[in-house]
Design a binder for this molecule. Structure first.
Ligand code: PMP
Length: 407
């Protein structure tokens, strides 16, 4: 038992009542996307039925309501990650766009041929590919911090990667493929001692742990709304104001300018400089509501509950013959990536689905992690605070019956 009332929480999520082939849904694909509670849906409906118009443009009542709601969501997000200033919270379409914004806005301006970027083996493709594109364009060099057999970063090899040409460190706070929680605070302090800024990919951290960007002292922090019980199509880039002000805009268009003529365009102040065009207004407001919902439960309580699920599930998985758990970091979020001897993960996922159990199978957009462990793919069960111990039991029973099918 944990201090989260799971049955009460589950009642807030209509989709958790879904039946799959006559079996109750056991949703364990939260690292891909989490589900939306009723209060967020209610907030979206209220916005669409009483507040919707375009923002930052008109003096009419609806435009003022929509603008106020959108900007209030920005302040909610600011508080959620303890950013010092609401101008440091930029709405993007998600983590991917947030990282691409840093690549275009910071990287293309400040990273030149021969400069170096440090990434890690644990990165999601969205924190690899943009930097490779930049490297190809500029002649910059990517260096990679490796991981050990537990799926932890080899921290003793971090400092030697720095030199006078190092310009940026990009690191995930929590690995989506393995669940490892990386020592980002320590890494940021070390990078700063070399005068190097750090971009943290927080897509898998923000839904599961309390995150304080001032305590971390990160320069950029990116995350997605849809993994945080919010809508798709919305995410956040936090950036330190001094850096954001120096950066070039990523997209040009309406709302990101102060004045435009064919001779000269003057860009708007942050955050608007980075929010060209009509933003996903409804989605931002929905994300604000999602963060209010999570805060009402408490991120500490969420983290404790998920940790209890992880411990319980890890213990039971360890008893299953032929199961190899990939990722055994000492500090882990509630992600279980595994292989079953002789059974392809795709078959595991398909058979589990017949029992109503939703897991992800594949390379999890983290192919370097798969290569490191010499597996083409894994089955991944990833938990959220609305998962119960009974659902862990269902997963274990499901895996046992997969093994029987192949016995
Ligand atoms: N980084 C990590 C660690 C992720 O888990 C994900 C989503 N799987 C992303 C980045 C990309 O997020 P999005 O697809 O929402 O842009």
């Amino acid at each position: 038992p944990t201090d989260l009332d799971v049955e009460r929480v589950r009642a807030d999520f209509p989709i958790l009542q879904t039946m799959v082939d006559g079996k109750p849904l056991v949703y364990l694909d939260n690292a891909a996307s989490s589900q939306m509670p009723q209060p967020v849906m209610d907030r979206l409906a209220r916005y669409q039925s009483t507040e919707h118009a375009n923002i930052h443009r008109a003096v009419h009542t609806l435009s003022e309501r929509a603008t106020a709601a959108y900007e209030a969501a920005r302040v909610t997000l600011q508080r959620f990650i303890n950013a010092p200033d609401e101008r440091e919270v930029i709405f993007t379409s998600g983590t991917t766009e947030a990282i691409n914004l840093v690549m275009h806005g910071y990287g293309r301006k400040f990273i030149k041929a021969g400069d170096e970027i440090i990434l890690t083996t644990l990165e999601h493709h969205s924190n690899i590919v943009p930097w490779q594109m930049l490297a190809e364009e500029t002649g910059a060099i990517i260096r990679v911090l490796p991981i050990n057999d537990a799926g932890e970063l080899c921290m003793d090899q971090f400092e030697p990667l720095f030199n006078a040409r190092t310009r940026l460190v990009g690191v995930s706070h929590v690995s989506n493929a393995l669940g490892s929680i990386n020592p980002v605070k320590q890494m940021i302090a070390l990078a700063h001692s070399h005068g190097v800024p750090v971009l943290v990919d927080g897509a898998q951290a923000v839904p599961h742990l309390p995150v304080d960007v001032q305590d971390l002292d990160c320069d950029f922090y990116a995350f997605s709304g849809h993994k945080l019980c919010g809508p798709t199509g919305i995410g956040v880039l936090y950036g330190k104001a001094a850096l954001l002000e120096k950066m070039q805009p990523f997209k040009g268009g309406g709302d990101m300018i102060l004045s435009v003529s064919f001779e000269k365009t003057v860009y708007n102040t942050i955050p608007h400089k980075f929010e060209a065009g009509t933003p996903p207004i409804a989605a931002a407001i929905g994300l604000g509501a999602a963060v209010d919902y999570l805060s009402s439960l408490g991120m500490d309580a969420i983290a404790r509950h998920e940790h209890a699920l992880l411990q319980y599930a890890t213990g039971l998985l360890g008893e299953l013959p032929g199961l190899r758990l990939i990722g055994t970091a000492r500090h882990k979020a509630a992600v279980l990536s595994f292989t079953l001897d002789g059974i392809h993960p795709h078959d595991v996922g398909t058979l589990l689905n017949q029992d109503g159990i939703a897991v992800r199978t594949g390379h999890h957009c983290a192919q370097p992690v798969m290569t490191r462990f010499k597996v083409p793919a894994t089955t991944r069960a990833s938990f959220a605070f609305y998962n119960s111990m009974a659902e862990v039991d269902a997963l274990i029973a499901g895996i046992r019956s997969v093994r029987q099918v192949f016995a």
